[in-house]
Design a binder for this molecule. Structure first.
Ligand SMILES: [Zn+2]
Length: 254
């Protein structure tokens, strides 16, 4: 059992072989894939991919770097899209003060809160992106009383992980945990109970060792499971089974 909880197959890097590649990785052992919306268009594309492949589920949401020019009309459309039977969460949403292209911190906070309100209204889990937000992302999640969430591509410390666990969050790691300089990530994985971990690729980004720097795809999610097994000293089959069960329960998939 393997569940890649975060991938972007709508991305143009997959323009030439998207559907074949999805079917191939599924045949080779990836049971479930979430295609993650990062703007309005990719949210629509994610639903389309979920309609075309029974093992693909979708999330809808606007990434903090993409909220420039967002309107209430977009919130309305997200609300409609979220009602689709294969949409399992609102995301990825959050704060990213590293890539500020065409957005301001204030605008990012506004639309982050607006999308969190939508998730609460619909009683749906959230997929969170937090990069260099100076602690403001977690502050907002607390302030808005959000407990059903996953922190994706976690890059924080074991101490930050503990705060998120106390809030009820799940924590997800990409292939970054396999990198040679990933000491902080390894410490964090050690500190998080396996029952609270997800695995993801963030494909086409973040390809793991030994294929670092190449186009990433869901077939590589096994590398994250293997690394967890090594860090925690448990069998990789156990890691695959438990992380899949964690994510299925969280995203409401039978
Ligand atoms: Zn992503």
């Amino acid at each position: 059992m393997l569940y890649d909880t975060h991938a972007h197959f709508d991305s143009e890097e997959f323009a030439g072989d998207r559907d074949e590649l999805l079917e191939k990785v599924h045949q080779e052992g990836v049971d479930l894939i979430n295609n993650i919306g990062a703007d309005m268009e990719s949210s629509r594309d994610s639903i389309r991919l979920a309609e075309n492949h029974d093992f693909v589920y979708a999330t809808v949401g606007v990434h903090p770097s993409e909220v420039g020019g967002m309107t209430e009309k977009d919130i309305e459309e997200l609300r409609e899209m979220a009602k689709h039977e294969k949409v399992v969460a609102i995301g990825e949403i959050g704060l990213d003060y590293h890539y500020m292209d065409g957005t301001s911190e204030e605008e990012q906070r506004f639309w982050f809160k607006r999308q969190l309100e939508l998730a609460k209204e619909l009683d749906m889990p959230v997929v969170i992106h937090d990069r260099e937000s100076k602690g403001q992302c977690i502050e907002i999640l607390k302030e808005m009383d959000i407990h059903k969430g996953v922190m994706h591509c976690f890059s924080g410390s074991a101490e930050t992980a503990k705060i998120l666990l106390d809030m009820g969050f799940f924590i997800s790691f990409t292939g970054v945990v396999t990198f040679k300089n990933a000491r902080k990530a390894v410490e964090a994985v050690k500190a998080i109970p396996i029952e609270r971990l997800f695995i993801e690729t963030d494909a086409p980004y973040m390809a793991p060792e030994p294929v670092r720097g190449t186009r990433n795809h869901s077939g590589n999610v096994i590398r994250v499971a293997e690394k967890f097994a090594e860090i925690k000293g448990i069998d990789v089959e156990e890691v695959k089974r438990i992380t899949t069960e964690n994510a299925k329960r969280f995203f409401g998939i039978n």
